[in-house]
Design a protein around this ligand. Structure first.
Ligand code: ZN
Length: 334
């Protein structure tokens, strides 16, 4: 990609090549009305010791998803370089402006970090951060784990996620990471819109990539934080960066999203769920109704599942707009 041939404007206070434990920041130039020569200081940690794989953990790719940032600040505080073989790079709040405002997108340039990869060195703030990750961090990585949750508008049965990849060896590596993470569901997801994602960028580099959807609703739960904390350590154990076997209480239920998995609102209105998160549905069965409170003569719009399966994801807001995701129905992997 020609734009990636250009050097980043972002500098780091940590040395990614040095052994030991370092915490610091990436300095992203951010000249603005309130600070002419200001910079955004994006937190980063490097914990390295000897020769071994490099695992990159990312949280806060979207600013309203909290299991990643919580698990990653705790992992950073707890890890000693001496217990690591290889290198752990932690970016707990990748879209820091979005994290600060508790929103999915950056309030500075309105961009979705996970739709702007690989980014541009001369792009706006979000794009420049994505470009730094693509050009400076990903080349160091063997494994990338990007911890997502549903944010304020979606809620998930806690899932570790990979994609179908054409290279069987790469797919095996990703599947191994997914199983080791230890989430209740292991989803092989077909994305609605994969262009511009960190996921796609890492996968195209031939590296091992794991994502998650660990809950949502704009908050964290005791259960989902525990899954995230166990999961990041499990991945490190699986790849030999930490000693010991991955702690997987129950093997992941492997699932996939067939065509028709996504059910979207046919009109704007008040959503009444008929099936809740984690419930089983059959194709043709009602999953919810949209009511038109201001038009009492209008009958509710009934939405049905298109496929048999489990409600893996549900929309959170009570008021929906036409086109909003109501549910995602996943089925057991065949
Ligand atoms: Zn997300």
């Amino acid at each position: 990609m020609a734009q990636n041939a250009h050097k980043t404007r972002i500098t780091a206070t940590v040395d990614f090549a040095a052994d030991g434990k370092q915490v610091g920041h990436l300095s992203v130039p951010h000249s603005r009305n309130t600070s002419a020569w200001g910079a955004l200081e994006l937190p980063v940690a490097v914990i390295a010791n000897g020769t071994g794989p490099t695992v990159v953990f990312i949280g806060g790719n979207h600013g309203d998803e909290y299991e990643g940032p919580i698990a990653l600040v705790k992992l950073t505080a707890a890890l000693d370089a001496g217990e690591v073989t290889g290198r752990v790079i932690v970016l707990p709040a990748l879209n820091l402006p979005a994290f600060r405002s508790g929103t999915r997108l950056s309030p500075i340039d309105g961009l979705n970090m996970n739709r702007i990869f690989p980014g541009a060195h001369d792009g706006t703030l979000t794009s420049a951060i994505a470009h730094y990750v693509s050009s400076e961090i990903l080349p160091l990585a063997d494994v990338v784990v990007d911890i997502h949750s549903g944010g304020k508008t979606l809620d998930f049965v806690p899932s570790a996620i990979i994609h179908n990849l054409p290279d069987p060896a790469q797919m095996d590596q990703c599947l191994g990471a997914l199983k080791a993470f230890g989430a209740p569901v292991g989803l092989i997801l077909t994305e609605l819109d994969s262009e511009g994602m960190l996921d796609t960028t890492v996968e195209r580099m031939g590296k091992t990539f794991l994502s998650t959807e660990l809950g949502g609703g704009g908050t964290a739960r005791v259960e989902t934080v525990a899954i995230a904390e166990r999961g990041v350590r499990n991945v490190l154990k699986h790849f030999g960066v930490l000693v010991g076997a991955a702690d997987v209480p129950t093997p992941a239920r492997l699932m996939e999203t067939p065509e028709g998995a996504f059910v979207s609102a046919g009109d704007g209105g008040l959503y009444e769920p008929v099936k809740d998160l984690g419930e089983t549905v059959a194709a043709g069965e009602a999953i919810g109704r949209i009511h038109f409170v201001e038009t009492l003569e209008r009958a509710p719009l009934i939405h049905t599942a298109q496929v048999d399966g489990l409600i893996l994801c549900r929309g959170v807001p009570g008021l929906v707009e036409k086109g909003d995701c109501l549910v995602v129905v996943a089925r057991d992997r065949t």
